[in-house]
Design a protein around this ligand. Structure first.
Ligand SMILES: Cc1cc2nc3c(=O)[nH]c(=O)nc-3n(C[C@H](O)[C@H](O)[C@H](O)COP(=O)(O)O)c2cc1C
Length: 428
């Protein structure tokens, strides 16, 4: 179907899992054919090594850095501050830096593998502002989050479009966490001219931008579009087209999101402990069916619901299926309201494609939305998901994102007409 006929609802519909679809298409892949997860620009570009003793460098590094390395069955794994569906890491980050001491005004690619910034474009009277906030100039930082989609579609095929956007949302959450720790104000932007920007950044059909974060002083002053286009560099070592993913991206890039007034969250974390927590964040692989305290559960709940600093919004409603929280009646809750009491661990385990995580945890969270813009909604689900990880881990609770679930059956179970976008499990 051409992208002009697609919509967020149709993309969601076309990428649903059901008991039958999972049996018929179990996503087996030969691990040795995994596309490379690190993009590297050619050697001739100028590079700036990030030095953790410099606070601006540390701010940039912490948005994306590798935090854990292991070798499993002779394959090296490099895990990062941000989680990623299947650890495939489709997301990349580009940063425009203007009028910041120690930096040439330019657009940089954050080369995560080598912990450096690669200067891919020097600014003149042009810049990214003209695509994002026309007639404004930003003295400071503009982060762009993109997806090299083949890293994910290699395994997850059409459903990978969801994971690219959820992962982008998690990456935005990592940028927000680093900004919090480095005392920078940020604003997330989802509605802008992404298609022109992809073309001018030389992404061809192989990489696409999904969102942007600005941090700096905004001046009313026009900036021109990029005067030169940037050469194409492939983010993987090989590429296979997925026409559905490309069409779904374009279709979900056009529709404006809901709008709200900008509001900034206030958090009171102990900064050193929070920093350690960002470095140590991990997905739990197995829960021990232990209860968690009610006080900590509500603390996590309250903090994940703090304002998201953006004017482009889609409401994400969270259903909590409580299995093991001290003093709380087990059952299905919409927010804090009990809809149906009962013991549902077997059911939530089944709904998440029989993953024990969703059965043995203390609470299974279902994120649902009645969105205008599907791309924005999935990214906001991922952004809140990153808060769930960081805040749970901060208070000693384990967590995992769950992107694989039976869509229609999950919706029926929750008795909602809204689409289920994401599931998370928290517990001990
Ligand atoms: C969008 C998304 C979906 C995920 N889905 C699952 C899942 O269905 N099952 C699972 O065990 N882990 C899932 N994970 C967790 C990833 O496997 C994990 O993030 C990755 O292996 C990297 O490990 P780390 O989070 O410890 O850094 C998901 C993570 C994300 C961000």
């Amino acid at each position: 179907m051409p992208h002009s006929k697609l919509s967020g609802k149709l993309v969601h519909e076309a990428t649903k899992h059901s008991y039958l679809s999972v049996q018929m298409n179990p996503n087996y892949v030969d691990a040795s054919t995994q596309p490379r997860a690190f993009k590297v620009y050619p050697q001739f570009y100028r590079r700036l090594q990030l030095n953790s003793n410099n606070s601006t460098h540390a701010f940039i590094k912490l948005t994306s850095t590798i935090t854990f390395e292991k070798i499993y069955k002779n394959v090296p794994y490099q895990l990062r501050v941000n989680p990623s569906a299947g650890a495939l890491y489709p997301t990349e980050v580009y940063i425009q830096i203007r009028d910041v001491d120690g930096f040439i005004n330019g657009i940089y690619h954050l080369e995560i593998e080598n912990n450096c910034l690669t200067l891919i474009y020097e600014l003149g009277d042009d810049g990214l502002e003209s695509y994002i906030l026309p007639n404004n100039r930003i003295n400071g930082f503009i982060f762009l989050v993109s997806s090299v989609y083949h890293r994910s579609s290699w395994k997850y095929q059409d459903r990978s479009i969801r994971y690219c956007f959820l992962d982008s949302g998690h990456h935005l959450g990592s940028i927000a966490a680093s900004a919090y720790l480095h005392e920078k104000n940020i604003k997330l932007i989802f509605d802008f001219d992404k298609l022109s920007l992809n073309a001018d950044l030389g992404f061809e059909n192989k990489e696409f931008i999904s969102s942007c974060v600005i941090s700096g002083e905004v001046q009313a002053k026009p900036v021109r579009r990029l005067r030169l286009s940037i050469p194409f560099v492939c983010g993987t070592d090989y590429f296979q087209v997925n026409q559905f993913v490309e069409d779904a991206y374009k279709a979900t890039s056009m529709q404006p999101s809901h709008q709200q007034k900008l509001d900034h969250p206030q958090f009171n974390f102990h900064r050193q402990r929070f920093l350690e927590n960002v470095w140590n964040r991990r997905s739990i692989r197995r829960f021990q069916k232990q209860s968690i305290s009610q006080e900590i559960y509500w603390r996590i709940w309250e903090n994940i619901h703090k304002p998201i600093p953006t004017e482009n919004i889609e409401e994400i409603e969270i259903y909590a299926v409580v299995h093991r929280v001290e003093g709380i009646i087990p059952g299905i809750y919409n927010g804090r309201n009990l809809i149906q009491s009962g013991e549902f661990p077997e059911k939530t385990g089944y709904l998440c494609i029989n993953q024990a995580l969703a059965k043995d945890c203390a609470v299974t969270l279902f994120f649902v939305s009645d969105y205008k813009n599907y791309q924005t909604a999935l990214q906001l689900a991922g952004f809140i998901g990153q808060r769930v990880y960081l805040f749970s881990n901060y208070w000693g609770i384990d967590c995992s994102g769950i992107g694989a679930f039976y869509d229609d059956e999950a919706q029926e179970f929750l008795r909602t007409n809204k689409d289920v976008l994401y599931v998370m499990a928290i517990g001990k």
